[in-house]
Design a protein around this ligand. Structure first.
Ligand code: SF4
Length: 146
């Protein structure tokens, strides 16, 4: 029987999955806080886009491309991952998502500025932007959880 709880898309690294660029999970898990109220659908756009784990850190450049610390343009993989996340949200019927803050894919309010100097600026990751464009309400683990 289908779980009647509303569906929520969640960054897999916020659920204990060791899928971030360092091959680790995020230090904070939101699973226990969300699972009583939502049916959680995990998603890692960078893995869905075909990138390895671990992988070199990447940042969004001023021209919108995503380039990793080794100088490789990984924009196509980030876009593939974003498109996959949008398809997953649609297939699962998820009207909202809680995504990892400050990621070039999942960041929803701030991202690193492309200089690999740890400098944050206002902006959103490739997947957060795509989900919002598709009508999904996106927040991060730094926001009050829905
Ligand atoms: S792409 Fe998103 S879900 Fe995957 S490791 Fe990065 S922040 Fe986490």
């Amino acid at each position: 029987m289908a779980d009647p709880k509303p569906v929520i898309l969640v960054s897999a690294c916020l659920l204990g999955v060791a899928c971030n660029h360092e091959g680790r999970a995020a230090s904070r898990s939101v699973r226990e806080e969300l699972e009583s109220r939502y049916r959680i659908v995990p998603v890692c756009p960078e893995v869905l886009g075909g990138l390895t784990t671990p992988r070199p850190a990447a940042e969004i450049q001023p021209d919108g491309r995503v380039v990793n610390v080794e100088g490789t343009d990984v924009t196509a993989a980030y876009r593939r991952g974003a498109e996959a996340a949008v398809r997953v949200a649609g297939a699962a019927g998820a009207p909202r998502a809680v995504l990892k803050a400050r990621s070039p894919s999942c960041g929803s309010a701030q991202v690193y500025d492309g200089t690999f100097t740890g400098t944050l600026e206002e902006g959103e990751g490739v997947t957060a932007a795509a989900l919002r464009a598709a009508g999904v309400e996106v927040t991060s683990e730094d926001d009050p959880l829905p």
